[in-house]
Write a protein that binds this ligand. Structure first.
Ligand SMILES: [Zn+2]
Length: 120
């Protein structure tokens, strides 16, 4: 894959690393970007990830949770409250975990490809 000082996209996405220096400094909270890299000063606010990550996650997490819920219902026929106890926390956990990873990946891809808003 990528060699040298440039961090791999997988490491950036999974660990929230800065795409320029590779240090884990991209996030200030669970899913909130830090304003800039604490190590190299890269301005994370200049990148516009927008809702791109969330729209994919709705489909991915929805498919995973719905598939599992249908399988559990057909295999075990649990009471309705057990479905709530299982799928609500799983949906929240998957959404937060994958949102963090996908936001980091989108920011890294914008950085790598020098992407920005179109200008006429
Ligand atoms: Zn950095």
């Amino acid at each position: 894959m990528t060699a040298g000082a440039t961090p791999a996209l997988a490491a950036i996405a999974l660990r929230g690393c800065c795409p320029r220096c590779g240090k884990a400094s991209m996030f200030a909270g669970v899913i909130a970007f830090a304003p800039r890299c604490r190590v190299c000063g890269l301005d994370f606010a200049a990148f516009n990830v927008g809702d791109g990550a969330a729209s994919f996650l709705i489909l991915i997490v929805g498919a995973i949770v719905t598939g599992l819920a249908i399988w559990v219902e057909l295999a075990f026929e649990p009471p309705w409250w057990l479905h709530v106890l299982l799928w609500l926390p799983l949906t929240i956990a998957l959404t937060l975990a994958l949102l963090r990873v996908s936001k980091a990946l989108l920011l890294a891809l914008e950085f790598r490809n020098n992407a920005g808003e179109g200008h006429l």
